[in-house]
Design a protein around this ligand. Structure first.
Ligand code: AMP
Length: 282
């Protein structure tokens, strides 16, 4: 496995793979890799001959008060894990390589509707940053397929929409959330948790499951269910940002007639913000 840091090197490598008729898969990440990321690489490997994993902590998707500076950066360990998982190439560019003119002068991609609400409401500009960098990565790598985690459900919806709307010829594949034994969704940010916070964190998934169970039993009073879920999170010592019951496709608030629902949650433990979601059919 090779690691390259510049677009020039990336393009040279990709040119040679393409000449050999290889099918190219892309897995974008921000690094500090765990089993969740690795599952995406394995899935990409099943659908493509070459897997390009990108490691880039994208400054455009972080708000000014967010954890850009402290976000864990562990390139050497990441490379070892990716090599073992079957990644062919790692692209780990600098900020200057991706945004040579700086963020303020960068053309941006705005995805309406699915970007609004949920994390879009709490993190203004976040999905604009995600959509912009993912569009750029699609153009840089020109993959046949790209794999993203369902862990970031709204992000996946944003990427599916931008791919369709901008007619980018890539197949976007969603991959299920990988969890710890106690249900906590694996996340690079879990390493920020103290022992005490880590013990509380599984309440997020437990609350998703409890709420899903209530809906399966026939409850349709979604606003009350959301309130109860927020209370359960608060009682456990979390600070809920939102707990929303949405239509799985539009991500708009669910109505009693909807059959495909997604429960989306974001909550703070100390300064660490964790997200999770659960989809149900009924
Ligand atoms: P990140 O490095 O957090 O930007 O995530 C990179 C990719 O890995 C995104 O497509 C995420 O949705 C995905 N991902 C993160 N955590 C998990 C997880 N626990 N299970 C599956 N995919 C994940």
């Amino acid at each position: 496995m090779r690691t390259v840091h510049t677009l020039k090197e990336l393009r040279a490598m990709l040119r040679s793979y393409r000449q050999q008729g290889k099918r190219i898969g892309l897995v974008p990440t921000m690094g500090h890799l765990h089993e969740g990321h690795i599952s995406l690489v394995r899935k990409a490997r099943e659908a493509a001959d070459i897997v390009v994993t990108t490691i880039f902590v994208n400054p455009m998707q972080f708000g000014i008060t967010e954890d850009l500076d402290t976000y864990p950066r562990t390139l050497q360990e990441d490379q070892d894990r990716l090599d073992a998982a079957g990644s062919t190439l790692v692209f780990a560019p600098s900020n200057e390589e991706i945004y040579p003119q700086g963020l303020a002068r960068q053309t941006r991609v705005v995805v309406p509707e699915v970007s609004e609400g949920h994390c879009g409401a709490s993190r203004p500009g976040h999905f604009e940053g995600v959509a912009t960098v993912v569009t750029m990565l699609f153009n840089m790598v020109q993959p046949d397929i790209a794999v993203f985690g369902e862990k970031d459900y709204q992000q996946l919806a944003v990427i599916r929409k931008l791919t369709r709307d901008l007619m980018i010829p890539v197949e976007v594949i969603g991959s299920p959330t990988v969890r710890e034994d106690d249900g906590l969704a694996k996340s690079s940010r879990n390493s920020f948790l103290t022992e005490e916070q880590r013990a509380i964190a599984p309440v997020i998934y437990r609350t998703l499951k409890n709420t899903a169970e209530q809906i399966r039993k026939g409850r349709n009073d979604f606003v009350t269910l959301e309130k109860e879920a927020n209370e359960a999170l608060s009682e456990a010592g979390l600070r809920p940002d939102y707990f929303n019951i949405a239509n799985s496709l539009t991500l708009k608030p669910a109505s009693a007639e909807d059959t495909e629902l997604t429960l989306l949650v974001a909550a703070f433990l100390g300064t660490t913000r964790l997200i999770d979601n659960l989809s149900i059919s009924r």
